[in-house]
Design a protein around this ligand. Structure first.
Ligand SMILES: Cc1cc2nc3c(=O)[nH]c(=O)nc-3n(C[C@H](O)[C@H](O)[C@H](O)COP(=O)(O)O)c2cc1C
Length: 322
């Protein structure tokens, strides 16, 4: 029988498995979040740039299973009423990433939801602690989707114990490149209370992402990922320059990565092409966000199966450490 993982994180969140589903915009919907919750973890609905009706729909899709929700902080600041809609659904937790959380932290905590904050540095972790974060996610440069630019980014392995020491007793979840139970075990050994996992759950049956993107994740190697701004330029997503996104290298990336000013000049022609590729699920052009753990993803599985394998593998990995 797989061991029971009782950690600072499971205790704070009131969950059985030390696993949080990352709030992946347009990918972590209510069905996926609920499946992770049923498996013992905490599922977070990923708002991304979506508006109120999308939020309502995905809470409905989660049904009665308690879930949380995650916002991109700088985008929330542009349409803050979305937080009220989310809080009215009584989420178990609200996660904020990427930007100034101070306008929102107090309201989230007053609502009774736990405040989870994702950071990329020790400085960010101390700021999150000062704002009253209940859980701090230490995100390494390995992570899929957005994170610190390569010049400022930190590797997960040294970041996690440094953050754990700096914010104790606040529970820390490790994020970035964790896609199997060995990675989860490593996070626990580094002092984290668990892991926040994105890319592995993108290749879950319940994920809202396109089937072609899931197929690419199964095929791809992390030798072929890049942190880049080009997909944000193509979608006119106005990310602050300190953040880039890690994605699979495809034809679009080969053409434009490193030529960002040229892409900006060509955007009138490129944007409609990009939008059409997105609608068609054309992974040669559209972004497929992926972390460096993508090598370890070999099949699309139901989320509950992913969680149970993560736990069994972590158990085995920890038993093998002498
Ligand atoms: C497809 C995808 C979309 C993401 N979207 C968001 C998002 O909307 N908000 C957010 O806070 N993080 C987002 N992330 C980053 C995750 O929060 C997390 O840091 C990351 O997935 C961890 O690395 P991993 O993907 O290697 O597990 C996204 C990640 C992926 C893979």
């Amino acid at each position: 029988m797989t061991r029971r993982f009782r950690t600072t994180l499971t205790e704070r969140l009131g969950i059985e498995a030390p696993i949080i589903l990352a709030p992946m915009g347009n990918a972590s919907g209510g069905a996926l979040a609920a499946a992770v919750g049923r498996a013992g973890g905490l599922g977070l609905i990923g708002v991304g740039y979506n508006k109120e009706p999308w939020i309502e729909r995905e809470f409905d899709a989660a049904g009665n299973t308690p879930v949380g929700i995650g916002f991109i902080t700088w985008d929330l600041a542009r349409a803050p009423a979305r937080l009220d809609v989310a809080l009215a659904r009584r989420p178990k937790a609200v996660m904020l990433s990427f930007g100034d959380a101070s306008p929102f932290a107090g309201r989230i905590k007053q609502s009774g939801a736990l405040l989870i904050m994702q950071v990329q540095s020790l400085t960010g972790a101390k700021q999150a602690a000062a704002l009253g974060a209940d859980v701090i996610v230490a995100q390494g440069i390995e992570a899929g989707g957005h994170g610190a630019t390569p010049s400022d980014g930190r590797g997960l392995m040294p970041l996690v114990p440094a953050v754990v020491d700096a914010v104790r007793p606040i529970p820390v979840a490790a994020a970035g490149g964790i896609a199997d139970g060995r990675g989860l075990a490593a996070a626990l050994v580094l002092g984290a209370g668990g892991a926040l996992i994105g890319t592995r759950f993108y290749a879950a049956a319940e994920c809202l992402g396109h089937a072609n993107a899931k197929r690419r994740l199964v095929e791809a190697s992390a030798d072929e990922t890049v942190r880049t701004r080009i997909f944000d330029i193509a979608r006119s997503a106005e990310w602050p320059l300190e953040y880039t996104g890690r994605a699979l290298v495809n034809d679009f990336a080969r053409r434009w990565h490193g030529r960002e000013p040229e892409l900006e000049s060509a955007i009138e022609a490129e944007k409609p092409r990009y939008t059409a590729a997105l609608a068609a699920g054309d992974t040669d052009t559209m972004v497929v966000w992926a972390g460096q753990g993508v090598d370890l993803i070999r099949e699309v599985l139901p989320a509950e199966e992913i969680v149970s394998r993560l736990l069994a593998e972590a158990d085995q990995a920890l038993s093998g450490v002498t």
